[in-house]
Ligand binder design. Sequence first.
Ligand SMILES: NC(=O)c1ccc[n+]([C@@H]2O[C@H](COP(=O)([O-])OP(=O)(O)OC[C@H]3O[C@@H](n4cnc5c(N)ncnc54)[C@H](OP(=O)(O)O)[C@@H]3O)[C@@H](O)[C@H]2O)c1
Length: 337
Amino acid sequence: MRAYQVDSAEGIQAIKQIETETPTPKGKEILVKMKACSLNYRDTLITLGGYVRNDVRPIIPLSDGAGEVVRVGDEVTQFKAGDRVLGNFFQHWVDGNIDDKGLNSALGGAIDGVLADYFILQEDCTVKIPDHLSYSEAATLPCAATTAWHALVNVGSVKAGDTILLLGTGGVSIFGLQLAKAKGAKVIITSSSDEKLERAKALGADHTINYKTSPDWEKEVLKLTDGQGVDNVLEVGGAGTFEKSVASAKVNGTVSVIGILSGLENPTISLMTIFNLLRIQGIYVGSTEMLTQLTEFMTEQNLTPVIDKTFSFSDAQDAYEYMAGAKHFGKVVIEAE
Ligand SMILES: NC(=O)c1ccc[n+]([C@@H]2O[C@H](COP(=O)([O-])OP(=O)(O)OC[C@H]3O[C@@H](n4cnc5c(N)ncnc54)[C@H](OP(=O)(O)O)[C@@H]3O)[C@@H](O)[C@H]2O)c1
């Protein structure tokens, strides 16, 4: 089969197309013919090396894949050839708290991922694709959407009337917007682009802030919430945004610590964390149970992911370049040819 492999830490040129053996599913494994996969910011970080916990190479990259089951191992009972499936980001995290085995089962980081003609999934960490979603749409769910779900629902118990703050218009934030609105919450979203903010409004955002022209955006958030702050911040920015996210949260609110878009240097601990009794909660994607809950909710609400641009398998490096350029709104997809 054809596959891509990341064999060094030189950035996007480290991704090379190779020929390798099609894997044979054993026991509880499922062999899936890849129809579509999607990129996450993490995938560009992995090509640069130093992605702490999951930095194995050479490795087949990408965590997010959807496809058709072609063969199953002899212990598989829930799936058969022809089923439309997607894989959970962690191939050994079914439900409950994650353990070491789960943490070392991240597709495209700790174990071979999905940027190949075929990939292997574990039966217990495989989910059926909702009927209303195409393969490309389904391929956007495992990382970004599950992360947003985990932060909003499993940690934040989001409910009608809550206010959620989202930073930028990448994959996690746009899923955060769609899910929070479908739960009846108010959404404040930031972006460097007024044009992207207009698109966010069209998806239901209640308030928008351009973080380039309003660098003190946390003050705008407080104004928009009558000085109260928001219930939950999906903090994807890291060093450059963390303190502002803390300042944007309400008393007893939550800062869901997700990403490092603006760097990793240690932010200062603000006294407001203490005085406002904030919960600072690390989020690392999610369990198969969370992904299943998410697909059920998307079916019930008839939600479809926002795909910005689609590339073909042979243009995978262009997809990485496009993602790294941060011109996208929502998700970037690679389709099988
Ligand atoms: N912990 C986890 O489990 C988990 C899961 C998924 C993602 N992540 C992390 O979360 C972050 C987002 O991932 P993603 O895949 O959604 O990224 P993405 O799609 O690449 O998002 C890129 C967008 O983020 C926005 N952005 C960049 N710098 C920003 C800043 N300083 N302030 C506000 N927004 C900024 C920009 O939006 P505009 O163009 O609108 O300005 C940019 O277009 C990454 O750090 C990723 O590693 C973590």
